[in-house]
Every structure is written in structure tokens, then in C-alpha cells.
Design a protein around this ligand. Structure first.
Ligand code: HEC
Length: 250
């Protein structure tokens, strides 16, 4: 009997030890996004500011392969501005007539230029971790918008541990190779909005949400039209129905 009790205590202790290492990520903060809900639409200004944050900060490590420069017109940037943004990048094109690749300024039809030539180069510069493409990241993560916002604004410290990892309670395993990318005042905003970590995180998530689902507004508008059509149709049928049966009941 005593050995049994002893064994029980030893096993419970071992299993407690095993579970002590289990990390449970903190649930993301709940932010009120303008794009939420059936009537939600994009906050164009936030999306534009978010592009600035992406371009000046995140694009140093993260590609956005699915977005072309011309797409930026959809968020309210003028054609002129988008053209000048595109042409500020050098695109590798080719091969030309003699089989060589060449560089030319970007055009509207080009896609965002990735920061690294390949995955290995990206990992070599990032402590062995791969910075994922951000085109669809909001859809690729559960509760994506709240999650990315919380991740960006939820670091516990600016210091890495001995393995080069940074503590963040919102990340699945509590530590990641991305150093806190945002710090107060990092990006220059127009007057009237401070570039706090929270504001920049809010803006860049608006941009990433648009990138992941640019057709969202069209979908919402279509949903509204279809619902309206069905309501009208229902009323029409009810009236027609009454009319038809009224002759019989008299
Ligand atoms: C200096 C390079 C660097 C910069 C700048 C950077 N990141 Fe990262 N990011 C990484 C790396 C590396 C990872 C992979 C981390 C890991 O898996 O440990 C990562 C991972 C992520 C993830 C994925 C987390 C997950 O759930 O897998 C998101 C989202 C993200 N970054 C968003 C951003 C945003 C938004 C910005 C700009 C505000 C940004 N990053 C700036 C290097 C960077």
C-alpha cells in the first residue's frame, strides 16, 4: 500500500514537472475594427498609414508577394503617387535578347519587391527563423487582426534571451525570433496622430487586413443587396399569396 502511495506521489510529481513547461498563449486583445461586422468598411486613412508602417519597418524582413503596386490605388492613393512608389524600386527582369537579366524601375503591374532573394538568405539574417510572407497573414492566423495587433504591441521586453528569442505572451510558444519591430515615434505621421506602438500596430493591421481580403467591401455590399432583394421578394409573395387565396375564402 505504502509503495503504491509513494509511486502515485512520484508519478504526479513527474507529470507536474512535464506540464510546468506547457505554455499557453494569452488570448489576443479585442480591438474594435471598422472593417468588422456585416456593414464593416476599410478605414482608408488607417490603411494608407499602415502601408507606410509596412514599407518603412516590416518590409525590411517580410515580403508581400500577392500585392502589386497597382493594388495600392484601391486604398485611395493617386495613380501618380503609386507610379512614383513603384519606380523607386529596382526590379530584376529578363532575360533579354542576349540571355541576361537586367534591372529596371518598377511599374504599376509589378509585385512588391521581397527583401531577401530566397528563404535561406532570410533565415540566415533572422536567427534561423523565417519571416513569413504577410499578404495573407491575417487570414492565416486565428482571430488574425486581433492576434497580429497583440503580437506587435505585446512584447515583454526589448532584450533577447541567450538563444536570441524575445518574450511575447501572444506568440504560440511564448518566444520568437522577431525583435519588437515597433517603438514609439518610429514612423513619421502627419500631424494629429502620434506614432505610438499601439497606433502603428493598429494602422499596419488595417493595411494587412485589406491586403488579405481586398474584396471584403464588395462582398458586404453584395450581401446587403441580396438581403434587400429577398425582403422585397418575400413581401411581394405574401401579397400575391393573399390575393390568390382571397377569392377562395370569400
Ligand atoms: C528584423 C526583421 C523583422 C522585422 C523588421 C519585422 N519582422 Fe515580423 N518576423 C520576423 C521573423 C524572423 C519572424 C519569425 C519569428 C519566429 O518564428 O520565431 C517574424 C514573424 C512575424 C509574424 C508571424 C507570427 C506568427 O504567428 O507566426 C508576424 C505576424 C509578423 N512577424 C509581423 C510583422 C510586422 C507587422 C512587422 C512590421 C511592423 C514586422 N513583422 C517586422 C522578422 C521581422
Amino acid at each position: 500500500m505504502l509503495t503504491r502511495i509513494l509511486l502515485f506521489i512520484i508519478f504526479s510529481f513527474i507529470s507536474l514537472q512535464l506540464h510546468a513547461d506547457d505554455f499557453h498563449p494569452t488570448n489576443p486583445k479585442k480591438i474594435k475594427w471598422k472593417f468588422q461586422g456585416t456593414m464593416g468598411s476599410f478605414d482608408r486613412e488607417a490603411v494608407q498609414r499602415g502601408y507606410k508602417v509596412y514599407k518603412e519597418v516590416c518590409a525590411a524582413c517580410h515580403s508581400m508577394n500577392k500585392i502589386a503596386f497597382r493594388n495600392l490605388k484601391e486604398v485611395g492613393f493617386s495613380e501618380e503617387l503609386v507610379k512614383s512608389i513603384a519606380s523607386s524600386y529596382q526590379i530584376t527582369d529578363g532575360p533579354n535578347d542576349i540571355g541576361e537579366m537586367f534591372e529596371r524601375p518598377g511599374a504599376l503591374s509589378d509585385y512588391f519587391v521581397p527583401p531577401f532573394v530566397n528563404k535561406q538568405a532570410a533565415m540566415a539574417s533572422n536567427n534561423g527563423a523565417f519571416p513569413p510572407d504577410l499578404s495573407l497573414i491575417i487570414k492565416a492566423r486565428h482571430d488574425g487582426a486581433n492576434y497580429v495587433y497583440s503580437l506587435l504591441s505585446g512584447y515583454e521586453s526589448n532584450k533577447a534571451d541567450e538563444n536570441g528569442l524575445y518574450s511575447n505572451p501572444y506568440f504560440s510558444i511564448g518566444k520568437l525570433s522577431m525583435a519588437p519591430p515597433l517603438s514609439d515615434g518610429l514612423v513619421e505621421y502627419d500631424e494629429g496622430r502620434q506614432s505610438t506602438v499601439e497606433n502603428m500596430a493598429y494602422d499596419v493591421v488595417n493595411f494587412l487586413q485589406w491586403a488579405a481580403e481586398p474584396e471584403m467591401e464588395v462582398r458586404h455590399r453584395l450581401g446587403l443587396k441580396v438581403t434587400g432583394f429577398l425582403v422585397v421578394l418575400t413581401v411581394f409573395f405574401l401579397l400575391a399569396n393573399r390575393r390568390v387565396w382571397s377569392r377562395l375564402s370569400n
